[in-house]
Design a protein around this ligand. Structure first.
Ligand SMILES: [Zn+2]
Length: 440
């Protein structure tokens, strides 16, 4: 199975536009760590891939945490004395601090202000704020909106409910020949934020779509969950499944114009860390590898010491380092079709490495086999050998049962796909035998 071969330039261009329009369709939904918006988001994902949706009741203990009450919101506003809405949830769901308790009150501006959040350094942007685990309410607005508020009475309404319900997440499982799993996780808990939320879940959805109905070596599990509490809940309820994860990636912030960043797993030397680093070296875009740190996205939970799973985090711009992060400027213009497509392409390359990395033995270990008489060498002596022949020589030389194709790609400096092509050709010509994983 070689996923990358099905993604030529024009296919990717088309997929990029589709990815962006998928994100556009989800943009206005008000998501949080629980609630109707998450179910609606999962329904849209389920139109593209087989998705099982789970509901975990409020109050369920999950390790040191508890599944919280379910939050839903219908409307929110601040009205001036003339009855006009000066802040309106219907215009942007970022105007409400997520998990705000219900409010219906009239108050002086001075009393209202402690509940208002703005970004003076970016006066046109609305900040994104949450208060999941503390009963609070708040409204977010642009600094310019705040500056024109005059003293007086304001009617404040947050028409929300915080009640017993459930935490909702979705899982797409694609069975392969092995029960060992490759795992992709993305969060679905942000409202109208494009890069930090929609880019990851869109690329994950399309990757699952590309992989479905293929003949897979590994089984694949895609998790669409609310950040932190969702990962903790899933891990608490799926300890046996987690033990089958051999390679994993958290996908987030993969739609902006920045170069790639990959944060290594806690182990630091897992095959996934090497596979992503290798794919990045050959992807033709700028990239940087970051060491593991116990902060960031859900790799924090997957890499907690009790699990220590081989799961890293793939991003373009790193969260918190771009000014648009957690503001209304992380919008649909901030993510681009070509960047989304490039991220999907990189994921395909990573999958290709994981699916095809195996050990071979040369059947002619005593000196080189005569490639010329098999039409596997250059036709005219004296010419420099090209990439293809060079890849064949590397594969023949290092196929001693000790080196995997990824080892050979790393040592030769050649792309995994060139090394894999060479190994396939040499096998077809009877020059290599694959070593079954069970015999290693
Ligand atoms: Zn975030």
């Amino acid at each position: 199975m070689r996923l990358l071969k099905s993604l030529d330039e024009s296919t990717l261009e088309h997929i990029g536009r589709e990815l962006h329009s998928f994100a556009t369709g989800l943009y206005s939904i008000c998501r949080s760590i629980t609630g109707a918006g998450n179910r609606q988001t999962l329904s849209a994902i389920r139109e593209r891939i087989p998705l099982q949706v789970f509901e975990i009741p409020t109050g369920t203990p999950v390790f040191d945490w508890t599944v919280p009450k379910e939050w839903n919101i219908r409307d929110a506003y601040i009205k001036g004395e003339n009855g006009m809405r000066v802040v309106d949830f219907q215009k942007s769901n970022l105007h409400v601090m997520s998990y705000s308790t219900p409010v219906q009150a009239t108050m002086r501006l001075a009393d209202l202000k402690p509940h208002l959040f703005t970004l003076p350094e970016h006066p046109d942007w609305i900040p994104y704020r949450t208060s999941y685990y503390r009963d609070e309410w708040g409204l977010c607005l642009s600094h310019r909106q705040m500056q024109v508020l005059e003293d007086g009475d304001y009617e404040v309404c947050i028409d929300s409910t915080l009640e017993d319900g459930s935490l909702t997440y979705g899982e797409c499982y694609l069975p392969g020949r092995s029960s060992e799993e490759v795992f992709f996780s993305c969060h679905i808990c942000h409202p109208s934020l494009a890069n930090d939320n929609l880019s990851g879940l869109s690329v994950a959805t399309f990757l699952a779509q590309l992989l479905s109905a293929r003949n897979l070596q590994y089984s694949y599990r895609f998790l669409f969950i609310p950040g932190t509490i969702g990962a903790i809940t899933w891990l608490a309820q799926n300890r046996d499944t987690a033990a089958r994860i051999r390679h994993g990636v958290v996908l987030t912030c993969v739609g902006d114009s920045g170069g790639f960043h990959y944060k290594k797993s806690r182990r630091g030397d897992a095959v996934i860390d090497r596979a992503v680093a290798h794919a990045l070296r050959h992807c033709g875009e700028p990239s940087e590898i970051l060491e593991f740190s116990p902060y960031g996205y859900d790799e924090r939970q997957y890499c907690s010491p009790g699990f220590n799973l081989p799961v890293g985090c793939l991003m373009r711009s790193v969260w918190g380092t771009f000014p648009e992060y957690h503001t209304s400027a992380d919008n649909l213009d901030f993510i681009r079709p070509e960047q989304l497509a490039g991220s999907l392409r990189l994921c395909a390359e990573i999958v290709d490495v994981l699916e095809n990395d195996r050990h071979y033995c040369s059947r002619n270990p005593y000196c080189e086999p005569q490639l010329g008489r098999r039409n596997l060498y250059r036709s005219t002596g004296g010419d420099a050998i090209g990439v293809e022949i060079s890849a064949r020589l590397w594969v023949l030389n290092l196929s001693d049962g000790e080196h995997s194709l990824l080892d050979i790609a790393e040592r030769s400096g050649m792309s995994f796909s060139a090394i894999c092509d060479a190994a396939e050709l040499l096998s077809e010509n009877g020059l290599l035998s694959a070593i079954p994983a069970a015999e290693r």
